[in-house]
Write a protein that binds this ligand. Structure first.
Ligand code: IPE
Ligand code: IPE
Ligand code: MG
Length: 241
């Protein structure tokens, strides 16, 4: 059975994980970073080529300032601690999201991670940080509008490929499988354009409890799905696709 080329994950439930243990939410976020390590390892071992992790949404700024600052701190902690190892594992790190409102120290760490690993050829780890699907589309629309205004592009000829190529995920295939932990069944402004034909798998486990077992379970559910892309199954069989 086929392994999805690109898996995207909404890593949800850190706060509840901590609250259930009578701990502050940050404790859950810290455990969440360890689950990220597990997920990256499992993705590589299971043959996934692109792994996108939703780490901070453009709406997460609405959380209390202390929590926002803890999440920023944890991203820095993760990059500082794990970058060398990711590089050693031949993993390429890419970051999607709006960089303009990030503090210079975070921005330079993210850029450093991308630069160091840009020639790596194993798993591609895409970190969605300060990412919002609508924001991604808005920024793409601005780029295309600017090109049209400068005469570089014919507005009437704008294609789906032009839009895809203007998104943060340019050059990255669309996700095949989108996993969300914590039992919530919504997309929360994640890869809105890119997830057009993704299979959604909602797992009840909270993100800090995610590991190889949960990853395998999601892949198994994915493998039992029939992806039709608008066609019928019999058509697929007849066309041999
Ligand atoms: C996911 O866990 C981490 C981020 C959104 C950054 P949450 O912090 O959303 O945890 P819950 O959903 O409140 O349990
Ligand atoms: C989505 O989770 C964002 C990330 C996992 C980074 P949220 O916890 O922010 O989503 P909502 O608010 O429950 O929709
Ligand atoms: Mg949440």
């Amino acid at each position: 059975m086929s392994v999805p080329q690109h898996v995207a994950i909404i890593m949800d439930g850190n706060g509840r994980w901590a609250e259930r243990r009578g701990q502050v939410r940050t404790v859950g976020h810290r455990r969440g970073v360890e689950a990220v390590r597990e997920a990256v390892k499992a993705a590589g071992e299971l043959g996934v080529q692109y792994l996108t992790l939703f780490a901070f949404s453009s709406e997460n700024w609405r959380r209390p300032p202390q929590e926002v600052s803890d999440l920023m701190g944890l991203l820095k902690f993760f990059v500082r601690r794990d970058l060398a190892e990711l590089h050693q594992e031949n993993i390429r790190v890419r970051v999607i999201g709006d960089r303009d409102s990030l503090k210079p120290d975070i921005l330079s760490l993210l850029t450093e991670a991308e630069e160091l690993t840009k020639a790596n050829t194993a798993l591609q780890l895409i970190i969605a940080f300060n990412y919002g699907g609508r924001d991604d589309i808005v920024r793409a629309a601005r780029k295309l509008a600017a090109r049209a205004a400068s005469g570089d592009l014919d507005a009437d000829g704008i294609s789906e490929a032009d839009i895809s190529d203007s998104l943060d995920t340019a050059g990255i295939p669309d996700p095949d499988l989108l996993i969300r932990t914590s039992g919530e069944q919504r997309i929360s402004n994640f890869l809105l354009w890119q997830a057009a034909y993704a299979e959604f798998v909602f797992l009840p486990c909270l993100w800090p409890d995610f590991g190889r077992g949960a990853f395998e379970e999601a892949l198994h559910i994915y493998q039992c799905r029939d992806r039709r892309f608008g066609k019928t199954t019999s058509q697929d069989l007849a066309l041999g696709t």
